[in-house]
Every structure is written in C-alpha cells, then in structure tokens.
Design a protein around this ligand. Structure first.
Ligand code: ZN
Length: 420
C-alpha cells in the first residue's frame, strides 16, 4: 500500500541554500526546455512526434547529475503519456505546460529516483540528495547535499520517487516522498468511524463525524483575497493597449491567484484528513458532484465563486489524500440536507439566513454544520452527542483554530455577495 510523507527540509548553511536553489532551478529549466520542444512538435510547429524531441536532459547532467536529469525527463514522459491517454478517452485535458518561466521565476522543483537519495529517520532526520559534478566543483562540495528534515516523517517503507519543491508562501523547501508499506503494519485497525462533509463557499468545509466531532473551515478571508486579485486583474486588463492581449503582470497575478487557492486547498484537505484519521474515520461521505453543483452552485454561487473553489480539483485532492491514509471517499446524494431541521425533521418550516438555520420548532444552529450532521445521519447511525464545533481560519500558511469568541453562529456574519 502506498503512503506519502510530506515534510519541510532545511539547508544547513547559506551556501547549501544557494546550491539547492540552483539545483531546483536547473531541474525546472530542463522541464521547460523539454516541454517547449515537445509542444512545438505537438502543435505542428516542428516535424515529428513529441517523442522525437532532442535529448535536452543530456545538457543538464553536469548540474543535476545523470540520474536526476533522466528523472525529470521520465516525469515529463509520464505527463505526456497521461495527457494522450485522457485525450484518447475523449476527456477534457491540456498538453503538459511550463513550470513558470525565466522572467517571472520558475517553479522550483526537483525529482529524485528511488535509489538516488537517502532519508535517515529517527532523532534528527536527514535527507541526502546527489548534485552534478559541475555544481560539486563550483561549490567545492562532496557531491551529496545533506538537508535537515523538520519533524519525523510519518511512514517508513520502501521509498519511491522523491519530489522537492520550494513553497513561496511559506518560504520553505518541502519534500513529498511516497513509500510502499507493508499492509500488515497498518495502524488503527479498529477504525470504522464515519464522517460527512458539507462543501460551500463562505464556509469551505463543514464536517461532522460519528465520534461527535464537528469542524468548520472558514473561507471568507481567502475568498476576499481571491476577489481582490480578480479585480486587480480586471483593472490592469482595462488599461492594456488594444493590440495587447495580456501582460506579464496579469499573467503573474493569475498564477499567484491559482497557487494561493491551491495551497489553501491542499492544506485544508491535509489538515482535515489527518484529524479524521486520528478520530478513526474510515469512510468520508461527500455530496454527489452533480447534486452539489445543482443545489449549492447554480442557485447560490456565481461564476467567480465556482472558479474560486474549483470544486472538482478539491474532490480530487480529497480523494488522493484520503487514499494515503486508507480512508474511502464516497459520493452520496445530499438533497435537502441543508433545509432539514435536525430537531423535528421538517424541511418546510426551516429558514436559512446567512449562516444560521432556524426552524419554527425553535431550533437554531449553524446551517452548514447542521447540513453535514443531517447528511451523516442519513448514511449511518450516530449515537454520540456532538462536541463543541472547532473552527478554523486560514492565515496564508496554515489553518489554525479560531478563538472561542467566534463560537455563536449569530456572531459569524458572512458576506452575502459571495452568494451572488
Ligand atoms: Zn424543527
């Protein structure tokens, strides 16, 4: 079974940081050059198929080392193969693109073959990766770059391809390391708890578990920044001269906007799945996609929020991360869950105003949390009482718990403009 370690790595000196930066930049440059050659052929600017592109990676052996240069090429091969296979199935897809560019900055990323790097666990974990002979000479280095690992990687097993990248928002180098583990060693064998999610715009995710936990991830601040960037893009576009379709500044803003959202989504999914894993959850229910798009989106959201939340991408991320932890994600219809009173079961006597659901029977509660609880009760028995909900907000780096002063649903007044 495949699991994935994610951890922060730190260079041990200023010089090592420089070297690591150069290594990741060369790797991105190789990716971009090869991608350019292949796209030229794919779009018919040059003769031949994408597989006829020159051996660009040979020129990077000196910096990256032969194996790492080949690994980037292999990764690029895989991207094209998966593109062609989607295309054959008639699915919507795009040919592999660039990792940024030289002018605006490349996405610093590097891949290491499974036998190329060493991860030493325990006490003070360390990671060692190879550098090419040119860099070795330039930096008077041993040829193996040793990095500190922050914290203890969670999974121990047969190591697979390592990915290293620079995360500009946290200003940190991060590693993603898949490992194959022996299934007989999986922990939490008693895990048979269940959770249900309500996914929205003001509150990105509301979650209820059969262990009586409730989590709420606030999306308002994140959405406001997304909207501000969108407005700035529109302002810049209106100032462009007629013959120019876009500018570097606009392209950079688009990329920034997408990356910021993806970063927050990634972090949310990971935070949530880790909590669910610790609670012993083995199954997560989410609203059926068409269902969600109809009930939540066509009525409540406009084009902008849809774009912002990138719902399909979120579900993909959720499924991938859940799989790492051995948690199953199941889609079920959640029709009416957001209008049902948990107290009397009525769907007609309830009123939703902003974040609050009230019922003529006297019930009042947080609409999204109630919806996730109703959704959960429809899938399974919930015998335990609900604990006080835990609320999270995004601070640009991580999701952190909000203070208790925000507890009452009445106090959380949200922006109605999101619902368009
Ligand atoms: Zn009621």
């Amino acid at each position: 079974m495949r699991r994935t370690n994610q951890f922060v790595v730190r260079p041990r000196s200023e010089q090592d940081a420089e070297l690591l930066h150069e290594l990741l930049d060369a790797s991105a440059s190789l990716w971009n050059e090869l991608t350019y050659e292949r796209r030229q052929r794919f779009f018919g600017e040059l003769d031949g198929s994408v597989w006829d592109a020159p051996r660009v990676h040979d020129r990077y052996k000196g910096i990256l080392g032969s194996a790492a240069a080949k690994e980037v090429k292999r990764k690029n091969d895989e991207a094209w193969r998966s593109f062609f296979s989607l295309k054959e199935k008639g699915e919507r897809c795009f040919p592999p693109g660039y990792w940024g560019n030289e002018e605006d900055g490349r996405d610093l990323r590097w891949y290491g073959r499974c036998d190329q790097y060493t991860l030493m666990m325990g006490g003070r974990s360390r990671l060692e990766i190879p550098v090419g002979s040119d860099l070795k000479d330039e930096y008077d280095h041993t040829g193996r770059l040793r990095l500190e690992v922050a914290g203890e990687p969670k999974w121990d097993g047969k190591q697979c391809r390592l990915e290293l990248y620079y995360d500009e928002f946290s200003d940190q180098f991060r590693a993603i390391q898949p490992v194959t583990i022996d299934t007989s060693r999986l922990d939490s064998p008693l895990a048979d708890e269940t959770a249900a999610l309500d996914i929205g715009a003001n509150n990105l995710v509301a979650c209820t578990t059969t262990t009586g936990q409730q989590y709420l991830y606030h999306g308002r601040g994140l959405f406001e920044r997304f909207r501000d960037t969108t407005r700035e893009i529109a302002r810049l576009q209106s100032k462009l001269r007629e013959e120019r379709y876009s500018s570097n500044r606009i392209r950079r803003l688009y990329r920034q906007r997408t990356r910021r959202r993806d970063h927050a989504q990634d972090a949310l999914v990971r935070d949530l799945i880790e909590r669910l894993y610790d609670e012993g959850v083995s199954t997560v229910y989410v609203g059926d996609l068409t269902d969600v798009l109809e009930t939540h989106w066509s009525v409540r959201a406009n084009e902008k929020t849809h774009n912002f939340w990138a719902f399909r991408a979120f579900l993909d991320r959720l499924a991938c991360t859940a799989e790492e932890y051995g948690i199953t994600v199941e889609a079920q219809s959640e029709a009416w869950t957001s209008q049902t009173c948990p107290n009397c079961g009525s769907t007609t006597d309830t009123i939703r105003h902003q974040d609050t659901l009230t019922c003529s029977c006297g019930f009042e509660g947080h609409a999204d949390l109630v919806a996730s609880e109703t959704f959960l009760r429809r899938q399974t028995d919930v015998s335990r009482p609900m604990a006080r909900p835990v609320r999270f907000e995004w601070d640009d780096h991580s999701w952190s718990e909000m203070s208790h002063s925000h507890e009452s649903p009445k106090e959380v007044r949200t922006d109605r403009s999101i619902h368009g």
